[in-house]
Design a protein around this ligand. Structure first.
Ligand SMILES: [Zn+2]
Ligand SMILES: [Zn+2]
Ligand SMILES: [Zn+2]
Length: 150
């Protein structure tokens, strides 16, 4: 955790931003909840536990800054809420998501798996791919096993 905070700090510094205590508190919350997909309000509530004086606007601005610096990615699962997701270190592209239609769980696929598709798209549409958002909608393994008819 400390090493990752250190690297994020350097990343900010390289763009001449400082990792202020409030920004650091926000980054810590994101790291502690790495598997969750927190909204700005979720992050705010968690940061507030440690920094009761922090405002939603400050948290929001920090999240926007981290998005700009590609430390986090912003994603929307169709409920109109922007969620913030830490980008895997060194990952060229954003990871994929599996959204369960039954229980609402969001699982992640960290492998890109799209190499062939990306080659095809780049060739056929002469389009240089920088990133992508891929969300699968379906029934997760937990809901599968609870349903005796499937
Ligand atoms: Zn994710
Ligand atoms: Zn990719
Ligand atoms: Zn499910």
């Amino acid at each position: 955790m400390e090493q990752r905070i250190d690297r994020i700090k350097k990343q900010l510094q390289s763009q001449s931003y400082k990792l202020t205590p409030q920004r650091e508190a926000t980054v810590r919350v994101l790291l502690e909840h790495e598997d969750d997909h927190l909204s700005a309000e979720d992050v705010y509530m968690l940061v507030k536990e440690k920094y009761p004086e922090i405002g939603l606007a400050t948290v929001y601005r920090t999240l926007e800054l981290l998005t700009e610096l590609k430390v986090v990615d912003k994603i929307n699962f169709g409920d109109g809420v922007s969620r913030y997701d830490l980008r895997q270190e060194g990952a060229a592209h954003f990871h994929h998501h599996l959204v369960c239609l039954e229980c609402g769980a969001v699982d992640e696929i960290q492998e890109d798996l799209l190499g062939d598709v990306e080659d095809e798209v780049e060739k056929r549409w002469n389009f240089q791919i920088k990133d992508h958002r891929l969300t699968f909608h379906g029934i997760c393994h937990r809901c599968h096993s609870e349903d005796p008819s499937s």
